[in-house]
Write a protein that binds this ligand. Structure first.
Ligand code: 13P
Ligand code: SF4
Length: 331
């Protein structure tokens, strides 16, 4: 019998034997478009991807939008330009489709901060709780959940839970604390976080305000509470984009992954957009190094060879699908 492990090993091993030649830069995009048509493929891209990947995608959006597109697409092949948990979610929602990710190492610090065995033990300590998990987690964690949420629908999801239920929320403690404040619900939080959204410097953001006193400061709810406390607006990536587009202010300081600035500039060309400064000046901390592992070249290769593929066993798909579908029906 071919086990899940053998399938995954074959998937990874075959990568080593691939023809890794790519067309010259000036033909790369043309070739990607040609292959996409030939294979009836669709490219889904998150706002944190490199600009050139955002540009070539069929659908560009936040986690919720991309999950919705993955559930509805008629394409046979989904090329997920994002990180592993996103591609995994697409496979869980559309198991009959082939889902590929340009770089299998494109992980997520937040998803990694919640190992399934430890989480399983954690939820046993508070029996009969309602388990809400942020979509940034592995399929195994989703399978242990009652419902999944994203940053765009988290408040609505929490408000839909009967008041007599104790809620366990994982893995993001920052989003969890924000939701406690917004909804007034008591929740037991898993102690996870995103390295990118924890890198912002409160001191430097405050001194930026001295330079741009009329600027609006906007932040993603994965940021720490002292950052969120001074924000004029808090929202998911798509909510931040809409806010900038519809707000009359001229200048915005933006606390989320820097990739979003590409679409923000396109949607709001006349506004001044300043990425929120980070603590450590020696690194590009506001860039998600996992998201940035995907390149146009890797995207071409994965479209051409239909590898690396996301493979999940059927039982896990079945268990993880329920809480995702529940979320989609409420969104
Ligand atoms: P959204 O796409 O829900 O805004 O989340 C941002 C994020 O960190 C994805 O990894
Ligand atoms: Fe994960 Fe943070 Fe990167 Fe989003 S930005 S994929 S939460 S590490």
């Amino acid at each position: 019998m071919i086990t899940q492990k053998i399938k995954n090993d074959l998937n990874l091993k075959s990568l080593g034997y691939l023809d890794r030649r790519v067309p010259p830069k000036n033909q790369l995009i043309k070739e990607i478009i040609r292959l996409k048509k030939e294979k009836n493929a669709v490219i889904l891209s998150h706002y944190y991807q490199k600009n050139e990947i955002q540009e070539i995608s069929d659908y560009l959006g936040d986690s919720l939008y991309l999950a919705q597109k993955a559930s509805k697409t008629k394409a046979e092949l989904i090329v997920f330009a994002g990180v592993h948990f996103m591609a995994e979610t697409a496979k869980i929602i559309s198991p009959q489709k082939k889902v590929v990710l340009p770089d299998l190492k494109a992980g997520c610090s937040l998803a990694d901060s919640c190992p399934p065995k430890e989480f399983e033990n954690f939820i046993k300590t508070i029996p009969n709780s309602y388990i809400v998990t942020y979509i940034n987690c592995s399929a195994k964690i989703k399978a242990l959940s009652d419902i999944v949420c994203t940053s765009s629908n988290a408040e609505k999801i929490i408000n839909s839970i009967p008041k007599n239920k104790n809620i366990i929320f994982a893995p993001d403690k920052n989003l969890g604390n924000y939701l406690i404040k917004k909804t007034g619900r008591k929740m037991t939080l898993w102690n996870g976080s995103c390295i990118v959204h924890e890198a912002f410097s409160l001191k430097k953001i405050i001194s930026l305000f001295q330079k741009y006193p009329r600027a609006k400061f906007i932040a993603h709810p994965e940021s720490e509470s002292q950052i969120l406390d001074i924000a004029n607006f808090i929202g998911s990536t798509s909510a931040l984009l809409n806010y900038v587009e519809n707000n009359n202010s001229k200048t915005f300081i933006v606390a989320t992954e820097a990739g979003i600035l590409h679409e923000m500039k396109k949607k709001s060309p006349n506004k001044i957009l300043i990425p929120a400064p980070v603590e450590d000046e020696t690194c590009a901390c506001s860039e998600c190094s996992f998201m940035k592992l995907n390149t146009l070249e890797k995207l071409y290769l994965c479209l051409k060879h239909e590898l690396p593929e996301i493979i999940i066993n059927n039982n896990l798909i079945k268990a993880a699908k329920k809480p995702i579908e529940k979320m989609l029906s409420l969104s």
